[in-house]
Write a protein that binds this ligand. Structure first.
Ligand code: B1M
Length: 219
């Protein structure tokens, strides 16, 4: 198989053997690390999602694919472009979390990498975070924004409840919120949730849009 196909297969098959050798070969051929993630590995995860969704792949195998994806991203991370030499973290702070009840964190961790590499200080709280933990971290770190990720349909409801809690606590004006994850749509966030939230709430389709939004919010 061509290298690209091979890498994609490794994600789909959850096959770690030979992974780093293939990644190094792709890097040596001059492919940017982020492009390998976005164009090849994420394509593999998409296939995994389709197979799982249609009942042709069982959960333990999805987990193996997720592990391969994580090791690949960890291997590629040092090769990703940094925005400034110092590794800055001076542009602003975002508190980032996967919402309550949701364990999916590959997308969130990509957002962390992209923002950190572009000069933001990211306080990554991890998965299954109750709103109280997110809001406390935002206050403690004097965050400029809050980022919430969630992939389950029920997480879209949790996100709405979280925004209502920010309203209730009178925090909405101080915290712009960026939402991302496969179950969301732009319309749900920028129309429905926009109606709900008394502050600014925006939808990020991918990690790069998350970065563009942070740049716009902080400017
Ligand atoms: Co789960 N899972 N899963 N799963 N899983 C989905 C989400 C699902 C769509 C699969 C399917 O049915 N086709 C489905 C949800 C259906 C629904 O809600 N209607 C599903 C299900 C059902 C479940 C379980 C309930 C299964 C079960 O137990 N029976 C269970 C849930 C457990 C829980 O959360 N309580 C479960 C478990 C798991 C694993 C643990 C096995 C594993 C996760 C491992 C991990 O993350 N550590 C897993 C995986 C891997 C998936 C799929 C296959 C792939 C997700 C992924 O990592 N994609 C997924 C299928 C799918 O998404 N279509 C699926 C790659 C990742 C980079 O994409 O996170 O979307 P994503 O991030 C993108 C953008 O969304 C965006 O940027 C990224 C790209 O740049 N983004 C942000 C994300 N967050 C952002 C935040 C931002 C900005 C952008 O700013 C704050």
């Amino acid at each position: 198989l061509p290298l690209d196909e091979r890498l994609k297969r490794r994600v789909v098959d959850g096959e770690r053997n030979g992974l780093t050798a293939d990644l190094d070969e792709a890097l040596a051929a001059g492919r940017p690390a982020l492009e390998i993630v976005n164009d090849t590995l994420l394509d593999g995860m998409k296939t995994v999602g389709e197979l799982f969704g249609s009942g042709r792949m069982q959960l333990p195998f999805v987990l193996q694919s997720a592990e391969v994806m994580k090791s690949a991203v960890a291997h590629l991370e040092p090769h990703m472009e940094k925005a400034d030499g110092e590794g800055g973290a001076g542009k602003g702070t975002i508190v980032l979390a996967t919402v309550k009840g949701d364990v999916h964190d590959i997308g969130k961790n990509l957002v962390d990498i992209i923002l950190s590499n572009n000069g933001y200080n990211v306080v990554n709280l991890g998965i299954k975070q109750p709103v109280s933990a997110i809001l406390e971290a935002a206050e403690e770190h004097r965050a400029d924004a809050i980022g919430m990720s969630g992939l389950l349909v029920k997480s879209t409801v949790v996100m709405k409840e979280n925004l209502e809690e920010l309203n209730r606590r009178g925090m909405a004006a101080r915290y712009p919120v960026i939402l991302g994850g496969a179950a969301l749509t732009r319309a749900y966030v920028e129309q429905d949730l926009h109606e709900v939230y008394e502050g600014e709430v925006r939808y990020a389709r991918d990690a790069f849009e998350g970065l563009r939004l942070m740049d716009a919010l902080i400017a």
